[in-house]
Design a protein around this ligand. Structure first.
Ligand SMILES: Cc1cc2nc3c(=O)[nH]c(=O)nc-3n(C[C@H](O)[C@H](O)[C@H](O)COP(=O)(O)OP(=O)(O)OC[C@H]3O[C@@H](n4cnc5c(N)ncnc54)[C@H](O)[C@@H]3O)c2cc1C
Length: 329
């Protein structure tokens, strides 16, 4: 514990010296840095802050140092997070690679894949997107049809993925592909990494009612994918996919708990806009809604804590994020 206190003091001093004041301000979507081959920094300070954190390995605090990570224990990583939160430090790198793919590659990838991809994720060099959903395979994901045929030295991929967030800005995509159509649905799926610069990969933004277009459909037309891009065993991609979803659920449950955002919290909004009677919000329906929200946020906090404690004790985290979402929906 004393070591942890010492670590906290060191982190505090390092952050005080290295986090530029502008990077301790609430941020909007335009202030986020997502890395990648075509990534641009929102400001010089954002670049400096990212580079300092990257050089410490603190864009991925708990990942092994041999791949550029920080090598921190879960307790140390938590201290870092708490200290960053205390000074309102911004998240230096937003990345699906950090949140979802990296943990799956660390668990299921071979050494060559770790060498190729993990450091590039830590360093923000490659921006990843997720190729799971298809026009006919959303909730029923195992029905996916995008196929990868074994051509000896490579796979030939044909089909499409939908709702691929940010695909038009990404460099690589991790995909679930059908490698055997003649078995139980889940047993004929493989997990492939595909460079989106490869011939035959195209993306098409899907216009939303807001006029913005965060989502794409991504098409694969006779794309040659090297065999070494298969993560895990052939036809065993469903296990990799599920492990990755555990990390995605955690991410969903943590949204909004990192960098301070320019949003009005419900409690603050209530104080500003609602009428009060005897120190209580006058409208009972709104009062109840606000209490429910507070209780949910407490539950989210406790769920994070449970996840953290499980990790400390080497227990693999299950579907806690799902629980939080279910209770919240
Ligand atoms: C913000 C956001 C970002 C996303 N980003 C990505 C991404 O980057 N990559 C990616 O691969 N996917 C992404 N998705 C897709 C997402 O993960 C789901 O796969 C997808 O939204 C669900 O599929 P669908 O839209 O085809 O809906 P459907 O599966 O068609 O479901 C439509 C409705 O029917 C209901 N329903 C479905 N099946 C049943 C059933 N058997 N019984 C009763 N009701 C049922 C559902 O609950 C839902 O209300 C994203 C989704 C969102 C919202």
């Amino acid at each position: 514990m004393e070591d942890l206190n010492q670590f906290r003091l060191e982190v505090r001093a390092w952050l005080a010296a290295n986090c530029p004041p502008s990077q301790r301000q609430p941020m909007g979507a335009d202030d986020q840095y997502w890395g990648g081959r075509r990534g641009t920094f929102p400001s010089e300070d954002a670049k400096l802050w990212f580079e300092r954190m990257r050089d410490k390995g603190w864009t991925a605090p708990e990942w092994p140092t041999q791949y550029g990570g920080g090598g921190l224990s879960p307790q140390e990583a938590r201290v870092l997070k708490e200290e960053m939160k205390t000074i309102h430090a911004r998240t230096p790198l937003y990345s699906i690679g950090l949140w979802m793919l990296g943990p799956a590659v660390l668990e299921y990838g071979n050494e060559a894949q770790k060498q190729q991809h993990i450091r590039a994720i830590v360093n923000g060099e490659i921006r990843w997107c997720q190729g799971y959903s298809e026009p006919g395979a959303g909730s029923d994901l195992a029905s996916l049809q995008c196929k990868a045929e074994d051509m000896g030295d490579h796979f030939l991929v044909n089909g499409s993925k939908i709702w691929t967030t940010g695909a038009d800005k990404c460099d690589w995509i991790f995909c679930l592909v059908r490698t055997n159509p003649n078995v139980k649905k889940q047993e004929g799926i493989s997990f492939l990494l595909i460079d989106m610069d490869d011939p035959g990969v195209t993306t098409s933004p899907i216009p939303l009612i807001s006029g913005e277009s965060e989502f794409c459909q991504t098409f694969f037309d006779n794309v040659k994918v090297p065999k070494e891009n298969l993560v895990g065993e052939l036809n065993a991609g469903w296990s990799v996919a599920k492990a990755l979803l555990v990390h995605e659920r955690k991410l969903m449950a943590e949204i909004g708990s990192d960098s301070p955002r320019q949003i009005l919290q419900p409690n603050m909004a209530a104080r500003e806009y609602l009428e009060f009677e005897n120190g209580k919000i006058a409208d009972a329906t709104l009062r109840n809604a606000l209490v429910e929200y507070d209780m949910l946020m407490q539950a989210v906090g406790l769920t994070h804590f449970r996840s953290f404690e499980e990790k400390n004790h080497g227990i693999r985290s299950g579907a806690h994020g799902h629980e939080v979402r279910r209770h919240g929906s």
